[in-house]
Design a protein around this ligand. Structure first.
Ligand code: OAD
Length: 234
């Protein structure tokens, strides 16, 4: 491999699986007989807001009882010690990368621990439920929704992500099925822009063929091993 200086890391639900947070598509991907895609849309929220708010209230409550695992800690160590550019683009809406100590983190699908007011457009830190329609701390309207990007909505930070991909020498995808775009397409963008590409996942993802190299196993094993290897060569 050529000299690596700038790294973009994409993470997905598989990174948090061993912390006890359910992935989306393993185990059938059903929630109360609904496909995730049917709960996580603006149309579902308009049709049945209680169902959608209950789903996110449960997940928001659950993540607060979970702890970062060895994969989050290894990535935080890489963030702290890597002297080049590094960006952890996460599809996860939990805060386990941050709780492990990582700071160069971009939440492209939003964050559970934020509420977004559709009346005044302000995002506020939020740890409690939204089902009871609490007032927005900013404007007082009962118009809060989860600050999570739903299917059909624009992910956050795309300009920053593409700027980082343009400069990347290495793109690494960790714990994601490669089923949801635009994140699933980053490997091809990175390749086209000249980066080496590596997949770390429990099993081959849908896009595994696009990567130069793939290592398969639990994130708590393969991620710390890869971080050790990379830091030793820095
Ligand atoms: P998925 O549930 O689609 O995929 C999780 C991936 O993690 C699968 O490929 C698993 O094989 C892998 N995996 C499971 N356990 C693992 C472990 N212990 N170690 C390593 N890998 C493991 O989750 P995502 O790809 O993150 O979007 O899903 C992408 C998006 O789809 C989510 O951000 C969410 C969802 O709909 C929105 O909510 C907008």
């Amino acid at each position: 491999m050529n000299q690596i200086r700038n790294i973009v890391i994409l993470t997905g639900a598989g990174v948090s699986a061993e912390s006890g947070i359910d992935t989306f598509r393993d185990g059938g991907g059903l929630w109360e007989k609904h496909r995730v895609e049917d709960v996580a849309t603006p149309e579902a929220f308009a049709r049945d807001p209680e169902l959608v708010l209950r789903f996110y209230d449960m997940r928001r409550e659950a993540i607060q009882t979970r702890q970062p695992n060895a994969a989050h800690h290894a990535l935080a160590r890489l963030d702290a010690e890597w002297r080049g550019e590094l960006l952890i683009v996460t599809q996860n809406v939990d805060d386990l990368h941050e709780r492990a100590g990582a700071s160069r983190v971009l939440h492209m699908h939003g964050e559970h621990l934020n509420a977004w007011c559709t009346a005044c457009d302000v995002r506020s830190p939020w740890t409690g439920p939204l089902l009871d329609r609490p007032p927005c701390p900013e404007c007082g309207e009962a118009a809060l929704r989860p600050d999570v990007v739903w299917f059909g909505e624009m992910p956050y930070g795309m300009e920053e992500i593409f700027a980082a991909l343009r400069d990347a020498d290495l793109f690494v995808s960790i714990g994601t099925s490669g089923a949801v775009y635009p994140a699933a397409g980053f490997v091809r963008n990175a390749r086209d822009l000249g980066a080496a590409t590596l997949e770390l996942n429990l099993e081959p993802s849908q896009g595994t063929g696009w990567f130069d190299e793939a290592r398969h196993g639990p994130a708590t094993e393969v991620v710390p091993a890869w971080v050790d290897e990379l830091l030793a060569r820095q």
